[in-house]
Structure formats: C-alpha cells, structure tokens
Design a protein around this ligand. Structure first.
Ligand code: ADP
Ligand code: MG
Length: 428
C-alpha cells in the first residue's frame, strides 16, 4: 500500500530525494511513511511489514542523513546472509548516489584482504555477523563512532543462531546510538534484543501478510511418489514469469533441480552449500531472467528482492509457519499478481497444519491428470528411472494411454479441512 504523503513531506533529505527520483519511486510505501519521520528524528524503531515493502530505503534515509564522510564507521547494518549483504549494500549505494560516502560490504566466503583495504575508508558497513566479528578480532574495523545500528531481517538472524554474535557486535558500538530493527515478521525472540539493547523503541507494524487480492494461494494433495511429476507438470502448464521452488533441505534442492533439468525445465539450485561466487552467479542469472526456475532453500532465498517472480512452489512445506509468509512474499511484489502453490504429500501434513492455522486463505485445488516425469537422479543412488517418460498417471483423453495405461486418474484422498492434519508418516 502506498502513502498519500510525499517523501519530501516525510523530511527525507535532498540527496536521498534525488536518488528516489532517479529510481522513479512516486510515493512512499506505508512502512516508509510511518517509520521515516521517526528514523530521521533519531528514535529507535522496530519495524515489521511484509517483504518487498521497502524497509531498506526507510533505514537508508536515516543513515545517509547522519553520515559525515571520513569520520570512521558511522553506521552498521547487520544482515543474516551474504546475498542480503550484497543486496542491501547495493541498495544503500544506490540511495546514496548523490552523497559522498563509502559503503563497504563485509561477508564470509570471499577473501578478507580487499575488505580490510576498503574498511579503512568505510563510512557505512553492511555485514553478516560472523565476518564482521572476524574484522573486529583482527582490529581491521572499529565501531566506536557508530551512530546508527540496523538489524535487518532480525528474526532470521536470531533463527540462524546469531544472537550471541550480534550482541558481541552491539557491545563494540557506543551506548548512545540509534538502533533500528527490521524484520518481515516480528516475533517474541526480538524482545530480548529490544529490552537489552534498544531505547524506548517505537513499534511500527503494518499489514503482516501479503495482499490477498494480488496473491492466490492454493494447495494440491499429491502422493509423495507423484510430487515431482506434479511439479514438472505445473512448471510446464502454468503460464508464468519467474518461478521459485522451495525445498527444506539442500539434498532436495539438488534432487529437484537435477531432475527438472532432465525433464527440460530450465532451472538452477541455490543453497548454502555452494561457494559465494557460484551463488551470486546463479542469482544474477535469475535476476536477468536467464533462469526460469530457482530451486532454493529458505536461507538462500530469504529477503532477496527479485522482480517478476510470478509463482512460488512449496515442494516441501516449511517447518515454521512464519517461513511460509517469507516464501510467498517473494511473489506478488510491487502490486503485481502472484500465485503460491503448495504440493502437499503425507509427510508435509504436520507442517502444513501449522501454516494453515496462520493463513486462512489457502484454497484446495484438485490434483490434475498428469504425465509421469522422468527421475534420472536419485541422491540415494537407486535405479535411475522410476517410471518411463510419457506414460500418463491418469487417463489420457479417455483413451487409455497405451501399454499398461488406461488407469483411472488418481483421485487422491482429499483433506476437507486444511487445518486438520493427518499423522505424518515421515519426518526429516
Ligand atoms: P523489504 O526490505 O521490505 O523486503 P526492499 O527494501 O528490499 O523491501 O524493497 C523492495 C523493492 O521495492 C526494492 O526493489 C526497492 O527498490 C523497491 N521500493 C522501495 N521503496 C519503493 C517505493 N516507495 N516505491 C516503489 N518501489 C519501492
Ligand atoms: Mg529487507
């Protein structure tokens, strides 16, 4: 949702206004309209809003206003993943195009020496906690001039076990500083940080969930052994822009990606097990539309701002209901339409019951008749194909489908109430 106010009326300073004009943003988003005046006045803020609502610009306005070039590191933005360090760092660089200041991105998985060099002149540091602590230990960065500390995607940072690292970093910064905590969901875990490290923060929370009028959420009941075939069918049949397919494990992302390729679906897997340069290359190809489907784990995809994602597939249902919100937040961004499709097999029911308790808008749709897809790669190293390609699981045009075809379409047991789980027979 957009605000009726202008950026200027919110008090945004000239260089940022110029950058906003260059970006062609017409109006602030709601979270921007409500947080920017507080941020510019120096207040501590806890901001919660759906992903894609423009939180980066909100905190960038405050940082850019306060930085005086060459006076040491004056702002630190902590983010949970390397990709976010890149993305958020690049966004701040764009928003500060008309102000002389040096933004340095600091994260692991790449050589530390260029970072050491850049840190000598840094005004703003965007970092993952681990690598920043490394620099603190080596005394290649000092945080005693920090005026603004931003904890971005704070709940993920805590979920990933960074609390102690974050607190160590906080202790390196002056007590008199502004602390801004942003997150797509604001959870109870945040309160610890709030109580201990923030000064009377203003809490701003705008609509938590994605715009239901733009995003259609559905689930399809499917047998585990037919799940992959269903995914192939949907990827080929649904008219779509870019697609993200979420899996719960690295192993599954590899399984899905390798087999999709075998079925002529253009895709790439991304997860934490890849090198940083490989991950960046994959994301870049996806951003540019060179790759149609990105098969990813939650951590790899969290918070990333990728335009034109029209479909989200939950190949595995996430364990945490909040995570579902993050996943579907990858689509229906910036007023565009999107669709989130959950492929629900027996082993997902426990997780799905949690998800559907929080999200009442997920409709059930019937399992379509689908051809069997080829499975050539199995992580367990079993036989290369489970079904011959081309044979239909359901009835094809009512005519049988050759050979042993002619079975009835598989009408799977249907859940009448998504919130009522069946016992899960497999857990990971
Ligand atoms: P969040 O951190 O809330 O998930 P981001 O800060 O990543 O969202 O912003 C999402 C996208 O929206 C970015 O591409 C950003 O450039 C764009 N954006 C930010 N503010 C506006 C605005 N007022 N109008 C249009 N687009 C915006
Ligand atoms: Mg963000």
């Amino acid at each position: 949702m957009k605000s009726t106010k202008t950026f200027k009326a919110l008090g945004v300073t000239k260089p940022v206004l110029d950058a906003i004009r260059a970006q062609k943003f017409d109006k602030p988003t709601e979270i921007q309209a409500r947080t920017i005046p507080l941020i510019l006045s120096g207040r501590d803020v806890i901001g919660g809003s759906k992903t894609g609502s423009g939180k980066t610009l909100a905190f960038s306005c405050g940082i850019i206003k306060k930085v005086i070039p060459h006076k040491g590191v004056q702002a630190v933005v902590l983010v949970p993943t390397r990709e976010l360090a890149e993305q958020v760092g690049n966004a701040i660089i764009k928003f500060s195009k008309f102000k002389r200041m040096s933004v340095v991105k600091v994260y692991g998985g790449v050589s530390i020496n260029p970072q050491i060099e850049h840190l000598r002149r840094a005004d703003v540091v965007v970092a993952t906690p681990g690598r920043l602590l490394d620099h603190i230990d080596r005394r290649t960065v000092r945080l005693n001039a920090v005026k603004t500390l931003v904890l971005d995607e704070a709940d993920l940072m805590l979920d990933m076990g960074f609390l102690r690292d974050v607190e160590k970093i906080i202790r390196e910064t002056p007590k008199r500083r502004q602390t801004l905590l942003f997150s797509a969901t604001v959870s109870d875990d945040i309160y610890h940080l709030e109580k201990k490290h923030m000064h009377n923060p203003e809490k701003i929370s705008v609509e938590q969930f994605v715009d239901a009028s733009k995003l259609r959420q559905v689930y399809i009941d499917v047998l585990s052994q037919e799940k992959f075939s269903l995914l192939v069918h949907l990827l080929k049949e649904e008219r779509s822009g870019l697609v993200m397919v979420f899996c719960n494990t690295r192993r599954n992302t590899d399984f899905v990606a390798k087999n999709l390729k075998a079925n002529n679906v253009q895709c790439c897997a991304i997860h934490g097990g890849l090198t940083q340069s490989k991950r960046q290359q994959i994301l870049q190809d996806f951003h540019r539309g060179k790759t149609y489907a990105l098969i990813c784990t939650d951590v790899a995809a969290r918070g990333l701002d990728i335009q034109d994602v029209s479909h989200i597939y939950n190949y595995d249902v996430c364990k945490d209901a909040k995570q579902y919100i993050h996943r579907i937040g990858r689509t229906a961004r910036a007023g565009k339409e999107g669709k989130a499709i959950t492929l629900l097999s027996d082993r997902d029911h426990d997780n799905f019951s949690k998800v559907s308790r929080l999200n009442r808008d997920i409709e059930h749709i019937e399992m379509p008749e689908i051809p069997s897809a080829q499975i050539v790669y199995r992580p367990t190293g079993r036989t290369p194909t489970d079904r011959r390609p081309g044979r239909f699981m359901g009835r094809r045009n009512g005519s049988g489908g050759g050979g042993r075809g002619g079975q009835r379409p598989r009408i799977l047991r249907r859940q009448s109430n998504a919130a009522r789980p069946r016992r899960s027979n497999a857990s990971r």
